[in-house]
Design a protein around this ligand. Structure first.
Ligand SMILES: *[C@@H]1O[C@H](CO)[C@@H](O)[C@H](O)[C@H]1NC(C)=O
Ligand SMILES: *[C@@H]1O[C@H](CO)[C@@H](O)[C@H](O)[C@H]1NC(C)=O
Ligand SMILES: *[C@@H]1O[C@H](CO)[C@@H](O)[C@H](O)[C@H]1NC(C)=O
Length: 449
């Protein structure tokens, strides 16, 4: 399986490199996230086996994880403590992390979520959502959870965090979920976080969810879930500042990356934007979007750079979505150097996406969408170029498409579809809609070339 996957990735990389005249590898920049949160060596190391853990795949280790974390917290060792999880399958219920700790998954280590979902802990809804994302009321705590932490590292030698999500997906399919499904990893109100060199497998819901966080690095991770697994987004930075995601492979059942900031009246009242988000060198596939913003954007989303993305076998390459009633803003977004292969729609920017938490949202709360630059996008086997459809009472402005070449696979070519949008288009194939001019007042766009 791993061999086949690697082979498929290799073939894709070679294909993309050949198609671009061998520029693929060379185009990978030297820039990294490492300046945001430096990697740290801990002063002390303990093993989960010191706390009675048994990695036989059958023994329940919840108490071992809870007591290890409590011990690390109490001890408060200078330089922090590394919790070593050796090779083996460590079955456990959901547990919390603490500050100044590293959770280290050795080669062959699997931290595996219990199949007993009946006793899964419940926590409050997020204030910026007002309720669980799927169902009213509280929500199940994420498998690995952190609240008000700082200086946390989750890393290792490609060990796996396995959500065993099929139980949860089946509850969703049979409509007998009582509350919103758990994320695989959620960190709330936390700062200085590194997540690297691990595999996230079969999340019940979203995989990695930093919310109300700052200074978060996600790099060199693998995120895998079947394409038919519901809502298994890869990484969803939410109302967070300075998040950097890079060098990762993501194949899931929903968006690979989706930047969010709360839902309608709750998100507007909480007013925590996502800003300073960098996404680079991500490869992957899924049925929805490769790179997404929204649709929950009520706290605002600004200052996002996504570059060097390789997206294949996907519904929409780049998807930026909001709705009337959301309020908030999406501004100063640059998406650049994107390879698309076998996608239904190259780009969609939409003002009518997603549902509402309840009927108390203000229909007059219109989002502002301004200054989005999409450049250097190159697609093969794309069915439709895409659509840019703003909101009549709040048209999208300064939308710039620059150097976009999509090789349309459909027998009968479908044109771009645009409404309630203004901006510019330079070197776009198939030709962009006339809402986007290529002559006057183009400073915001010509600078992009
Ligand atoms: C874990 O954190 C959640 C949310 O902060 C809290 O409700 C729960 O009591 C904590 N559990 C333990 C075992 O500390
Ligand atoms: C990426 O992670 C793998 C293990 O998952 C490790 O072998 C490799 O050295 C890491 N690469 C970098 C650049 O950290
Ligand atoms: C890490 O494990 C994943 C999943 O098994 C695999 O696809 C990936 O190639 C591995 N990475 C390394 C560096 O071994």
């Amino acid at each position: 399986m791993a061999g086949r996957l690697l082979m498929a990735r290799l073939l894709l990389a070679i294909l993309l490199a050949l198609l671009q005249g061998g520029a693929f590898v060379a185009a990978e920049g030297d820039e990294t996230c490492s300046g945001i949160v430096p990697m740290k060596k801990r002063g002390e190391v303990v093993s989960i086996t010191d706390f009675g853990g048994v990695g036989d795949g059958r023994t329940l280790n919840t108490e071992a994880f809870v007591s290890a974390v409590a011990w690390i917290e109490q001890r408060n060792a200078p330089g922090g403590t590394l919790l070593y999880v050796p090779s083996g399958v460590w079955l456990t219920g959901a547990f919390n992390l603490t500050s100044h700790m590293t959770l280290f998954l050795a080669q062959g280590a699997v931290i595996s979520a219990t199949q007993d979902t009946s006793s899964w802990p419940l926590i409050d809804p997020l204030p910026s959502y007002g309720r669980g994302r799927e169902l009213p009321g509280g929500r199940y705590m994420s498998f690995i959870h952190g609240n008000k932490l700082h200086d946390v590292i989750i890393t290792g030698e490609n060990g796996t965090i396995d959500g065993q999500g099929d139980l949860w997906w089946n509850m969703w399919r049979r409509r007998n979920l009582r509350f919103t499904r758990p994320n695989l990893l959620e960190l709330m109100h936390s700062t200085d976080i590194i997540i690297s060199n691990v595999v996230f497998l079969n999340s019940p819901f979203w995989n990695i969810h930093p919310v109300y966080c700052s200074n978060v690095v996600v790099r060199n991770v693998t995120i895998l879930a079947p394409h038919d697994s519901p809502n298994t987004d890869g990484v969803d930075p939410d109302s967070s500042l300075n998040v950097c995601i890079e060098d990762s492979y993501i194949s899931t059942g929903d968006d690979l990356i989706a930047i969010k900031s709360g839902w309608d009246e709750y998100g507007m009242a909480y007013a925590h934007p996502s800003s300073g988000i960098t996404v680079r060198r991500i490869t992957g596939s899924g049925p929805f979007a490769g790179f997404a913003i929204g649709s929950e954007t009520s706290g605002g989303i600004a200052n996002v750079l996504a570059e060097n993305l390789n997206i294949f076998n996907t519904g929409i390459g780049i998807h930026i979505k909001t709705n009337s009633g959301r309020g908030g803003f999406i501004r100063n977004i640059t998406v650049s150097d994107v390879n698309l292969w076998n996608v239904r729609k190259g780009l969609r920017i939409a003002g009518n996406a997603g549902d509402h938490p309840d009927d108390r949202y203000n229909t007059n709360a219109l989002p502002v969408v301004d200054k989005l630059t999409i450049k250097n996008v190159w697609g093969v086997r794309v069915l439709q170029p895409g659509s840019i459809q703003g909101i009549k009472k709040s048209p999208f402005t300064q939308i710039c498409l620059s150097n976009i070449k999509l090789d349309i696979a459909a027998v009968k070519a479908v044109p771009w579809i645009c409404s309630d949008v203004s901006g510019g288009a330079l070197e776009v194939q198939p030709a962009a809609c006339t809402n986007l001019t290529s002559t006057n007042g183009m400073n915001f766009c010509t600078g992009a070339l």
